[in-house]
Ligand binder design. Sequence first.
Ligand SMILES: [Zn+2]
Length: 395
Amino acid sequence: MCINHTDRRGFFKAAAAAGIAVAGVSAMAAPAAAHERTLPLGEKVALTNVRIFDGDQVTFPRTVVIDNGRIGISSLGARRIDCGGAMLLPGLIDAHIHLRDVNTLHALAGSGVTTGLDMASFPPSLVDSLRGLPGLTDIRSAGAPAVAPGSPQSQIPTFPADAVLTGPEQATQFVRSRIAEGSDYIKIIIDEPGLSPETIKAVTTAAHSAGKLVMAHATSTATVVRALDADVDMIHHVPMDSPLSASVAARYVSTGTVAVPTLTMMEGFGNLGIPGMDYAAAEGSVAALRRAGARILAGTDANLTPGIPVQPPYGTSLHHELELLVHAGLSHREALRATTSLPAQAFGLPDRGAIRIGNRADLVLIDGDPLADITATRSVRRVWVGGVEYTPTPA
Ligand SMILES: [Zn+2]
């Protein structure tokens, strides 16, 4: 029994694993060094006359202060920017991306996505090169996912050998290796036939013992049930073979498992005309999850992974995902929470996802009212990442 894990589950729940774009990133990805910028973190700015979606609800126009990278208290001495009644959102969070290179971060930031949660990338040096870059989207990463021998991922020449598991006895070493490499959470690809239920459970148990959340990749009813049986924290994707039943959807709630449907990716695969991959089933699965009361996060599976037939664009696809979630039955407010406060809670990132004094100054200023028209999130006027206003850098 792990007390840390038990405590964390009191607040959220999580786990999921790689998306369909499982395989992560090519070792050829460009290093970030050439794009690193030194920006002033200390500038104090007062955004006046802004309506605020604070991560939960909309408040009357007021002033928000950016002070040394955080949401501050006093506007004394601040440079004032009159926002003319535009709406300020917490920086958006994409709960399922695959990192490629520093251009990934530029595309995300330019679209108002200030946190990108990677669901499988390697090598670790690539992920490390993209961490903590001033004024660019902040990331977390799963590193390499656990996969079965013979799986497509295991065929990639650069795929780490110790992430190909033949039995439960390898689970502890797999988790240790990922943590040593800096993985923020652990991902498991659940396919058929794929990893055995015993191996999936062993990886989950080892991750939880180490205080790490477990992400499961599952795209069918059978693999979702296998993920639920293993007590993972989040399930990424939703079944495309048939809509989730009410009874399986209810298990997300009873176990506290979080859903990251990645409808953008499922829509892309649905358009390929592959038998058994029906987008209507994916949308029906989200509707079932919503009716059951499950927590649903916005994730896109944005990637530029070679060989993946569907490659949602970084940043803009998050806005599309919100529209798909609304079409699947979420309210506008629920969709906004799915990309702000909910992922912050589910991933244990208490310094973001809400406009609150002391939080990171991750902010998006938009035109329009996304509570009336969800497409308004696309009308991005300005973005701040950790208090630094994002400005596109010419390639
Ligand atoms: Zn993915």
